[in-house]
Structure formats: structure tokens, C-alpha cells
Design a protein around this ligand. Structure first.
Ligand code: ATP
Length: 201
């Protein structure tokens, strides 16, 4: 099993951006959000299971999960959210493990937004890297990217582990409040560290 680092952080903290910078340096990247999208694409097994539980109206004409509709239901109905997660999470976890195991990179960055919340990934990773960013900066980024109202962003944040706890449980921290150059410098430093740790085995 390659040396794997779990990358997490709150919504809008910059996980995807940080993962891309690691990938540019040669790290392997496995992203659980990307896996979730792949598993709910046209004709995927998870879509059939979701349709059986929630009804065919949650499937688009091309046979993929209707994400917007499902998101709305999960937001309004805690039981539905739980059921959806019990279908998707084991599939995502299994695929993530498979991708990590198959990676030929010197080490792997495993992006898991809810790493601390779910607990299922702790055994897969040797260290945890947290991307940390100011709450207001994160709200502004997500508002711009997703066009979401502030209240909805705050509700998502409230459902996640708080920044303080996240930092307490981190092995490494990247601050993402500055520009891309500042981010790149931190990633480069950690990249050298992870290469060394991976080589030690
Ligand atoms: P989510 O949990 O919502 O998926 P994330 O943690 O993966 O978010 P990103 O998607 O990487 O965060 O970043 C959120 C948005 O902010 C993106 O549009 C990204 O381009 C932008 N962004 C992130 N970091 C910076 C930065 N240092 N400077 C400018 N824009 C940034």
C-alpha cells in the first residue's frame, strides 16, 4: 500500500486547489468527490440502488443521479440523507482504497472533505493534512463559485467539524488565505517531507 496522506478542510478551504498543486509535483491524487460523481454517472450501479430506494424521479434521462434533486431532498430530510449515505459511502470508500492501492506515484494525497466526520478513512492514511482558511474568505469563495446564499453556506459549515477541532487533529496544516504563490510554497515544502516519509516506508 503506498504512503497516503488524507487531505481535508471545510467547504471552500481550497482542498481541490491544493490537491492540484500536489499533483503537478508528481503526487498521486485520489479525490472522493470525484469518485462520488463517477459512481453516480450514467448507468452506474449506485444509480439503480438509489432509484429503488427513492424512486425513478431521482434519475435523469441519461441514467445518472439527478444531483440537484437529491441534494434538495437530503437537505430537507435527515432520514433520506442517511439512506443515501449508506448506499454511497461504502462504494466510495471501496473505490478510494482500490485507487490508492493501484497508484504508482511515490505517495498519494487522498482528498476526503469529511475525513474527521466519517472515520472510515483514518485507517487508509498515515497522516492528515488540513487546509485552513478564514471563515469569511471561504464563504466569499463558495458564494462566487456556487452562487449559494450565505445562509446555506453557513448551514453546510455548521454540519461540518469546526476549524478548531480540525486543526487539533491535523498532522500538517496549509494556510490558504493568501495568493497562489503562497499556497504553492507550502505545498512544495510538504511534498519534500512526504517524499522523505514515503521513502522511509
Ligand atoms: P469544497 O469543499 O466546496 O469542494 P474546496 O475545499 O475543494 O471546496 P476549492 O474548490 O479548491 O475548495 O476552492 C474553492 C474556490 O475558491 C474555488 O473556486 C477556488 O478556485 C477558489 N480558491 C481557493 N483558494 C484560492 C486562493 N488562494 N486564491 C484565490 N482563489 C482561491
Amino acid at each position: 500500500m503506498p504512503f497516503a496522506v488524507g487531505l481535508t478542510g471545510g467547504i471552500g478551504s481550497g482542498k481541490t486547489m491544493v490537491a492540484e498543486l500536489f499533483a503537478e509535483l508528481g503526487a498521486g491524487v485520489v479525490d472522493t468527490d470525484e469518485i462520488a460523481r463517477a459512481l453516480t454517472g450514467p448507468g452506474q450501479a449506485a444509480v439503480g440502488e438509489i432509484a429503488r430506494r427513492f424512486g425513478p424521479q431521482y434519475v435523469t434521462a441519461d441514467g445518472a443521479l439527478d444531483r440537484a434533486r437529491m441534494r434538495k431532498l437530503a437537505f430537507e430530510d435527515a432520514r433520506a440523507k442517511k439512506d443515501l449515505e449508506s448506499i454511497l459511502h461504502p462504494l466510495i470508500r471501496r473505490e478510494a482504497e482500490r485507487r490508492v492501492a493501484n497508484s504508482t506515484a511515490p505517495y498519494v494525497i487522498l482528498v476526503v472533505p469529511l475525513l474527521f466526520e466519517s472515520g472510515a478513512y483514518q485507517k487508509l492514511v498515515r497522516r492528515v493534512l488540513v487546509v485552513d482558511s478564514d471563515q469569511e474568505t471561504r464563504i466569499e469563495r463558495v458564494r462566487r463559485r456556487n452562487n449559494l446564499p450565505r445562509e446555506e453556506i453557513l448551514a453546510i459549515m455548521a454540519s461540518q467539524v469546526g476549524q478548531a477541532e480540525r486543526l487539533r487533529r491535523a498532522d500538517d496544516v496549509i494556510r490558504n488565505d493568501g495568493d497562489l504563490a503562497a499556497l504553492g510554497a507550502q505545498v512544495a515544502t510538504l511534498h519534500r517531507k512526504y517524499l522523505d516519509l514515503a521513502a522511509e516506508g
